[in-house]
Design a protein around this ligand. Structure first.
Ligand SMILES: [Zn+2]
Length: 256
């Protein structure tokens, strides 16, 4: 079958092969073996690299879960993502999130579109924190973890400007009254009304309109910080690439 795909991860295998994990609109996340890829001068050269957007030919597995990758044509190498440190760390974090939030062969064409949008956006020089904030809120939406952003997750009161809000890793958007009742750690971060509204707008937008969004740097960084903790709580594990994103974007207030 022929399909578009974006490479999420790539490993050498045996003497001359490569194992490629990709995301495609037709198969979802899948892993394939590219036989002879390390020696191939024609079929795969400069194509099987991280973040690359390809059109591939692959055969489904007869047994097991490994596809057989027979051919690849380059749609976009996204070279700046590999050569620009901040874009690289952001793209790597995005790959990690897709790997962690998806399962093999779960088809979600919107997620492919979102991933492609994010890499084009970074490649064209859009701010890494803005791209990442938009990517994360849409990823949560498309994978079934969309946080409530129009009202407090606990008392269900509609968001209003005079209230103070927190974005808690466990429950999402929480008003000050609800938070104070249960806060045992005393170490929560507020989230600005403006950031809440921008994220809520992003949730309601289709991917084709995402380029119109303007997020001030303070809002996008605040959103990345809050959503990272939210994601980490869903996944119940650390996000390895997050630390590099933080270092590359210094000062990036994501220390929790
Ligand atoms: Zn509340």
């Amino acid at each position: 079958m022929e399909t578009e795909s974006i490479i999420l991860r790539i490993n050498d295998y045996a003497e001359s092969d490569k194992i490629v994990t990709f995301f495609s609109p037709h198969i979802g996340r899948a892993t394939a073996i590219a036989k002879g890829a390390k020696r191939s001068k024609k079929r795969f050269v400069n194509k099987l690299e991280p973040f690359t957007h390809l059109r591939i030919n692959c055969r489904p597995p007869k047994k097991g879960s490994l596809f057989f990758l027979s051919n690849a044509d380059l749609e976009n190498a996204f070279l700046t993502l590999r050569h620009h440190y901040q874009r690289y760390t952001t793209a790597a974090f995005i790959s990690e999130l897709v790997l962690l939030f998806t399962r093999d062969h779960d088809c979600e064409p919107r997620l492919f579109e979102l991933l492609r949008w994010a890499y084009y956006s970074l490649d064209r020089g859009r701010s890494s924190s803005t791209t990442l904030a938009i990517f994360m809120i849409k990823l949560l939406q498309y994978t079934g973890y969309q946080p409530e952003l129009s009202r407090c997750a606990k008392c269900k009161t509609i968001v209003y400007p005079k209230q103070r809000y927190y974005f808690l890793p466990e429950s999402g958007l929480t008003c000050n009254s609800c938070r104070s009742g249960e806060d045992t750690t005393g170490y929560h971060f507020t989230i600005a009304i403006r950031t809440i509204r921008l994220l809520h707008t992003t949730q309601r937008m289709s991917i084709s309109h995402l380029n119109r969004l303007h997020l001030p740097k303070s809002s996008s960084m605040e959103a990345v910080f809050a959503l990272s903790r939210f994601c980490r709580n869903i996944l119940q594990q650390d996000l390895h690439a997050l630390e590099q994103v933080r270092t590359a974007s210094n000062p990036f207030p994501m220390t929790a």
